[in-house]
Write a protein that binds this ligand. Sequence first.
Ligand code: GLU
Length: 448
Amino acid sequence: MNNKYVERVLDNLKNQYPNETEYLQSVQAWLEMIEPAVDDPRYEKMDLLTRMVEPERMFSFLVPWVDDNGVAHTNHGYRVQFNSAIGPYKGGLRFHPTVNASVVKFLGFEQTYKNALTGLPIGGAGGGADFDPRGKSDREIMRFCQSFMNSMYRYIGADTDVPAGDIGVSSREIGYLYGAYKKLTGRAESSALTGKGLTYGGSKIRQEAAGFGAVYFLNRMLEHQGESMQGKRIAVSGFGNMSWGVCRKVAELGGKVVTLSGPDGYIYDPDGITTQEKFDFMVEMRQGGADKVQPYAEKFGVEFHPGKKPWEVAADVVMPCATQNEIDVEDAVCIIANGAGYYVEAANMPATAEALKLLRMSPKILTAGAKAAGSGGVVVSALEMAQNSIRYSWTRKEVDQRLQAIMSSIYDASAAAAEQYGLGYDLIAGNDIASFKRIAQAMMAQGL
Ligand code: GLU
């Protein structure tokens, strides 16, 4: 890095949190991107960058719960209230055994800059627990969510911090969390959580939003190249909420998603995941709780590749939809060799630092980051808050049109910022710079 201040901020962070690899990885990648925009001497004078890369507040708590056999378990819960410069803290909760302080901080950090470009008044947050929902009964999930909320309810609220879902937390968990919040506070405060069910303050399109948003973003990139979705083959990872929305919207626009993956391997469906039966089966597999994608291959008679990742399949577009660091250097080499034209991140930080560098350097691949293309979920979360506060509910079409317009404006802001800093059509750098500038402006205006 050339900027001494940027370098110092990163060094300090590395000294302070030497073992938090995901968190350091996400901050370092971001600092490299925004460096050309750290062009105002007041930033250093106010030590703005340190306050932008560290959470304003973070807490952890124990989550004790009893399983169906009466055996007690103790998990670790976290909430990171990362940045409130432009609105109440806002971000998902992840229930997964890999969750720790580093993971929730990386999620809160990415969420802050993802949320900044939605144009909606939301800050950034992250959280979750090292709980493994696999194989748990419905009652166990409910008791876990209630215990989690017991420890968290004091610190969240419509104007303070608004949690939502992420991996392992879908509308069922949000329902139990919201029910517990309501009992503990005695308030039907709808905007205290988003991703709620449609009968109690949820927004239409929220389930579809993450995937639809990513495809709307991709569509703008295709248009920019004078292309369309028609006939495109898309390689996707995961089979959860994000991939499900991507499959549906891609099919609607005339393309086809040809892969899905799970911890057990990937499936290859050359006809594409384009029918209602296939979409519904994805939901069924997810709700079954086994976290395996193999049943898809058995049901539809397609190839299953155990222990492998979908990146070895040749596709026009690659869209990681599962989790962090699911693309390493070997995968990136494969994606480039297979001739993909677009790499669009839907999951948060899906590539390792080295893999992302390779993909960005490849002259034939256009790249977009998760802080832009992965915004659809939180966009509709913020629209859910808007509807709750006006005690009204928009139609599917109204929400979808707003989602599409906001994804387009994120695309435009990213492209414009890259252009302004002489970086050409660099959507990742442009997105990071545009969101950095927006939060920097808000923080400077509000003082220390
Ligand atoms: N976890 C989602 C994300 O990564 C949703 C956050 C929200 O809706 O608050 O953006």
